[in-house]
Design a protein around this ligand. Structure first.
Ligand code: AMP
Ligand code: TRP
Length: 343
């Protein structure tokens, strides 16, 4: 069933819970474009229903969805080649998520580290949506019978749960219906860390704007944030084995490697023994060269919201035409009567 050479369909999603960051670009968007350009069938989704698992100001959310669409396009997603849309326009995601809520077990959800981190100490006060979030994520992927999912390292546990849901569904209903997906977590670095703390991931929702580079930042902002990025008191390491105990050095060197498409060994050769200030100077130049054209194109695109809405609407129609039949088959398998309204 899950023979990648027979058929490969890529699905991935990004939450519009703030302005997209350098981490989203390096570990997600850039890879999405590479997969698209290698000729794979790709479905990319702005997961707005996921975003409201924590409070979002309604007006700001609308802007953030369009902003995320602009970031996908500016990074190189071509709506002629890939399907690009926002999740809430394709109701099959939420419907399949309900079925998966009835397949997944409470214990599975309770183990998710993203829930524990986001809910914090006040777990009683977290939304039920935040707890069941992985069911919706599994539905996003499996409603397309996608086979491969490119993500950053932080999503690994959710993809394992997606596999568990597919396996349990197939087992309970005694058929090979949902593919057991393969995560695509690849690259020199698969987790980009905060510029203020090399042990915490870079996140759109971190309260400190200095912890991240936003794709919309100006060259001056990028320069200032890199200059202020946390460093340690030693010269930069020249050996990969030294990176584990130097989180800030590892993060900046990893970002440099990904931005320049350079192997880590080459980056270590270049900066080993040098001062952080030299790396920061060269990193700023490289980051501005790569991100400058992307943020300029994003600004141009957000100036025409009607065109963005048209692209998302068109993508949603194409997405629904793939998802709806799979949802109907699922309903049939679990024992629902056929829908006369839909067929
Ligand atoms: P999110 O911003 O949480 O919706 O994440 C969208 C995509 O970006 C997912 O594939 C994440 O794994 C990836 N991503 C987000 N933050 C990071 C990070 N700090 N390091 C690596 N990948 C990340
Ligand atoms: N949970 C992912 C994140 O926070 C976003 C996401 C939702 C996703 N659905 C997905 C990623 C499906 C890959 C596939 O980053």
């Amino acid at each position: 069933m899950n023979n990648p050479s027979a058929r490969m369909r890529i699905f991935s999603g990004i939450q519009p819970s703030g302005v997209l960051t350098l981490a989203n670009y390096l570990c997600a968007l850039k890879r999405f474009v590479e997969l698209q350009d290698s000729g794979q069938e790709c479905v990319y989704c702005i997961v707005d229903l996921h975003a409201i698992t924590v409070w979002q100001d309604p007006g700001a959310l609308k802007d953030a969805i369009r902003h995320a669409a602009a970031a996908f396009l500016a990074a190189g997603i071509d709506p002629g080649k890939s399907i690009l849309f926002n999740q809430s326009q394709v109701s099959a995601h939420a419907e399949l998520a309900w079925v998966f809520n009835c397949v997944a077990r409470m214990g599975w959800m309770g183990r998710m580290t993203q829930f524990k981190e986001k809910a914090g100490r006040d777990r009683e006060n977290a939304s039920v949506g935040l707890f069941t979030y992985p069911s919706l994520m599994a539905a996003d992927i499996l409603v397309y019978h996608a086979t491969h999912v490119p993500v950053g390292d932080d999503q690994k546990q959710h993809l394992e749960l997606t596999r568990d849901i597919a396996i349990k569904f197939n087992h309970d209903y005694r058929r090979d219906f949902f593919p057991v997906i393969e995560p695509l977590i690849e690259g020199v670095t698969t987790r980009i860390m905060s510029l203020r703390d090399g042990t915490k991931k870079m996140s759109k929702s971190d309260p400190s704007d200095y912890s991240r580079i936003n794709l919309s930042d100006s060259a001056d902002q990028v320069a200032k944030k890199i200059r202020r990025a946390r460093s340690d008191a030693f010269a930069l390491p020249g050996q990969a084995s030294e990176l584990a105990s130097r989180p800030e050095a590892r993060n900046l060197l990893g970002i440099y490697a990904l931005l320049g498409n350079t192997a880590m060994d080459q980056v270590l050769d270049r900066f080993g023994g040098k001062m952080f200030s030299q790396l920061k100077g060269e990193l700023t130049e490289l980051a501005v060269a790569v991100l400058g054209p992307i943020s300029a194109e994003m600004n141009r695109l957000v100036g025409d919201p009607a065109e963005l809405d048209r692209i998302l609407g068109d993508g949603a129609e194409r997405a629904a035409s793939l998802a709806d039949p799979i949802l109907q088959q699922t309903y049939d398998i679990v024992g629902m009567l056929p829908s006369r309204r839909r067929n």
